[in-house]
Design a protein around this ligand. Sequence first.
Ligand code: UFG
Length: 328
Amino acid sequence: MILVTGGAGYIGSHVTRDMLVKGYKVAVLDNLSTGHLEAVDKRAIFIFGDIGDERLLEQVFKRFPIRAVMHFSSSCLVGESVRNPMKYYQNNVEKTIRLINKMLAHQITRLIFSSTCATYGIPTGTVLTEDHGLHPINPYGRSKLMIETILKDLSESNGLHYVSLRYFNVAGAHPSAEIGEDHFPETHLIPNVLQHLQGKTKEVSIFGGDYHTPDGTCVRDYIHVCDLSDAHILALEYLVQSNLVSDIFNLGNERGYSVLDIIKSCEAITNRQARVKVLPKRFGDPPLLVASSEKIRNVLGWIPKHNLEQIIRTAWNWHEKHPEGFPK
Ligand code: UFG
């Protein structure tokens, strides 16, 4: 059985569903602070609670035959992390240490960790490889880097085996449109643009129009949530098959799109017109983040199947089918 922390969240719910389809048994641990019970596949065991609750973790690890942990639950907003860093150090660092400590106490030594390209900071070239320097420019990136550092140390001394996946910008929804992105408040670009095109907001804010990028707006690498999910399952198989590995992989599509590119693509796909307003830069935003995913393609055989159009189309289907998101 695989324990999925944060399995009621956007990414965790997609991976849970895919693992169940592949025949894995899954237990989801989630405090529903940002996740949705309705997003959790009914075939999974659902445990309501917090990863920082050591008594609960003790019970979970005693009761269920957990072979590996996929750890999604964390705070993950760059802007919020700048305003409220302690939330990030408590949720992402302190509680993760408690989780790993309990895992090791129960001889559970396999972990898939949700990391981020925000660990890199400002890129020195046009494409980021895993060996690029790590100089995060926001507390979110620093909190994830702290855990990566801890994982490396534990892999050398405590028998922990981990795969850390450095996500670029995850978007899109399950092709069934039964699960998708539902954050409150929503801060991510693609859902913000689509919700605006549904008439929910007056305009789309563009945070910064004078970056040193081709059109002056930030460039990001968007990856479909189902491609991301495939990579998690490959990483799990890699950990289960080999008892000795630990590794770090980027997860992106290797293509950069600016904020304006995204708005134009959303307009074309929905056949609607957006109203935009350029606002000051958001603190903590690097101008450009584009992945090299060569390593994960070569080592795990990962092949992303969705381009930007499919990312936006599946996200749009989800928003059209669930204009209010999951039932509240
Ligand atoms: N942006 C806008 N307007 C919006 C929302 C976003 O202009 O309404 C801009 C942002 O300033 C940024 C880009 O669009 O330049 C993408 O912003 P998102 O908020 O969608 O995503 P981030 O890049 O800030 O962060 C996301 C995840 C992080 C992850 C990161 C990797 O939230 O967890 O991608 O780049 F680390």
